[in-house]
Design a binder for this molecule. Structure first.
Ligand code: SF4
Length: 334
């Protein structure tokens, strides 16, 4: 059995409600190993399954159109919460929450915390445990805060790689943040979005890991990237056709600004951003208006510098480098 809750009863109810005959299933990389367990309720309901096995990084990328084209009557998307992207098939989001309680791990990390008022942050897998963590903190004399969700998140306290709204909404009321989850991107993003210290507790690794993201090193890397890009003349603005990443309006605005500054700008539309495919255009640098994580997490995969929309504004002298602004997908960008 897996460490996730795949909500079998809810899946079956959804299949029954829509009289599904063939269901498309979409899984992010981390859940693919559980495929056998995931398809069980479909088999029990007598519903044929088709796994849409292209990459799947978020609810910004529902595979409803492909599923429909392949004769599916519903789509079951695992591992992410619904962010309101409209779909052409009935779609259900199974968030794959992790029942394992992080309290013991959090308890061990409390001496490191040194905050009197702390903001709680997590991803959707651990969202159900935030109130329990808040209760634990209160019992130790620490005041917890849980921020309201930003434009793309669904739950209070939920961070996405493109939405740090819940951290910003309480930043002035807390001394720092406690993030429960894996990886460095989210705590780093929260630290940069708020200017506050973030401790990250990884409840999955053995024991726990406290991570204080190295904001200074990050800033040095990004400054160097902007300086390298500024020496270039020709830029590719990368837009993704994934429905929740397609910030074409923002791409057009950036292209105008670059041209006004005497640069050459081409808008490049792709489904998946593949650095090796983009190298042939003879460009000096890239600007990513697809998933905001790409220029940060995948920069070393590009031969040329790759900037965020904010960093372009810095390069063109329209904004100051500090305070640094992480790229986030807002409603007006589409
Ligand atoms: S745009 Fe990127 S960070 Fe946002 S949900 Fe999609 S994959 Fe995640």
């Amino acid at each position: 059995m897996s460490i996730y809750d795949f909500e079998r009863a809810r899946v079956k109810q959804f299949l029954k409600q829509h009289r599904a005959k063939r269901a498309g299933i979409q899984l992010p990389a981390g859940l693919r190993q559980y495929l056998q367990e995931i398809v069980e309720p479909f088999a029990e309901a007598g519903v044929e399954t088709l796994v849409l096995a292209d990459s799947c990084y978020g609810a910004c990328d529902p595979a409803d159109a492909r599923a429909k084209q392949l004769g599916c009557d519903v789509l079951v998307h695992y591992g992410h919460s619904d962010m309101g992207v409209s779909t052409c098939l009935p779609t259900i989001y199974i968030e794959a929450r992790m029942p394992a309680d992080p309290l013991r791990v959090v308890e061990r990390v409390l001496p490191e915390l040194k905050f009197k008022r702390v903001g709680l942050l997590t991803n959707v897998q651990h969202i159900a445990h935030l109130q329990g963590v808040a209760k634990l903190l209160r019992s130790r004399g620490i005041k917890p805060f849980i921020g309201r969700p930003g434009p793309r998140a669904k739950y209070p306290g939920q961070l996405l790689g493109c939405d740090f709204g819940c951290a910003r909404s309480i930043a002035t009321r807390v001394d720092g943040f406690l993030y429960i989850g894996t990886g460095e991107f989210h705590p780093l993003g929260a630290a940069l979005a708020t200017g506050k210290r973030v401790l990250a507790v990884n409840p999955i690794s053995e024991g726990f890991k406290v991570l204080a993201p190295d904001v200074d090193a990050f800033m040095r890397r990004r400054k160097a990237m902007i300086v390298r890009a500024a020496a270039g003349k020709r830029f590719g603005i990368i837009v993704s056709t994934k429905p929740g990443q397609a910030r074409f309006k923002l791409a057009a605005r950036l292209a105008r600004n670059l041209r006004r500054a005497g640069k050459v700008a081409h808008v490049l539309a792709v489904d998946e951003v593949m650095p090796e495919e983009l190298g042939d255009f003879g460009l000096d640098g890239f600007i990513c208006v697809a998933c905001p994580r790409i220029p940060i997490d995948d920069a070393e995969r590009f031969e040329r510098p790759i900037l965020t929309p904010f960093e372009v504004r810095v390069m063109l002298g329209e904004a100051k480098f500090k305070p640094y602004k992480m790229d986030e997908a807002g409603k007006g960008d589409f």
